[in-house]
Design a protein around this ligand. Structure first.
Ligand code: COA
Length: 213
């Protein structure tokens, strides 16, 4: 089994623990060492598990360990990745739940998490550090940029391109062949029918820009 640490002991971090524990029930794969969290003291209990250190401790860890980012803030994921990847002991595995349906022609980069009941269609590309939460689908030929966070039950139609560090809220749906910019936010439940520029927040049905970055 591979040693693994989850960075972030909030709700999403605990959801990732749930995911890896469930993967282990089907095929023992991950040896969970504990959570790293900068906002909680070492030893603090998180359910039945514990905080084992903060970010600085992890950045200088001296044994090989898999790390998964357990939070949705895409910008924070990107900067932590830059810091942690300086330590060659740390690597960012692809984590796939066995109920996910992933086309063999799709490409998943390092650090991608595909939660239970997701679908990744043929020729989709999911770039590094992307988190796909449960029941989400990524259509054929779609691209999700680095460190995007996709919340539960999102549907990207075919040929959608999403830039880097964008957050797509729960239940949003995106029309085929659109371009969603980088550092954008798609609000929960949005129906996106037109392109979304970089750094904009869109919301509603049809989604309109409510904030420009
Ligand atoms: C769109 C979003 C980013 C806006 O956040 P914000 O800029 O902080 O805006 P606010 O929460 O102040 O809301 C602004 C207004 O939009 C409304 N609103 C917020 N989100 C909405 C949504 N998804 N659909 C419809 N209306 C929404 C609020 O009720 C508020 O209305 P009001 O001005 O009449 O009071 C946020 O609401 C959202 O949807 N985030 C994603 C949530 C998510 O998926 N979480 C995942 C948990 S697993």
């Amino acid at each position: 089994m591979q040693d693994i640490i989850i960075y972030g002991a909030g709700g999403l971090g605990r959801e990732i623990l749930f995911l890896i524990e469930n993967i282990n029930t089907q095929k023992p794969e991950w040896n969970f060492l504990g959570f790293v969290d900068d906002g909680k003291p070492v030893g603090a209990p998180i359910g039945m598990k514990k905080i084992i250190g903060g970010g600085s401790w992890l950045a200088s860890i001296d044994k090989p360990v898999a790390v998964v980012m357990g939070f949705a803030d895409s910008g924070a994921k990107a900067s932590l990745y830059d810091k942690l990847s300086l330590n060659k002991n740390i690597f960012f595995p692809v984590i796939k739940h066995p109920t996910a349906l992933i086309a063999s022609s799709s490409v998943l980069s390092e650090g991608v998490v595909v939660s239970a009941f997701c679908i990744v269609a043929p020729d989709a590309k999911i770039k590094q550090g992307v988190f796909l939460n449960w029941y989400s689908s990524v259509g054929h030929d779609s691209v999700l940029g680095d460190f995007c966070s996709v919340m539960p039950s999102v549907n990207l139609s075919g040929g959608v391109t999403v830039g880097d560090r964008t957050l797509i809220g729960v239940g949003a749906k995106i029309h085929q062949n659109l371009k969603i910019g980088s550092d954008a936010v798609v609000g929960m439940g949005s129906i996106v029918l037109s392109n979304v520029p970089d750094r904009c927040t869109v919301l509603g049905n049809p989604a309109i820009i409510i904030k420009k970055g």
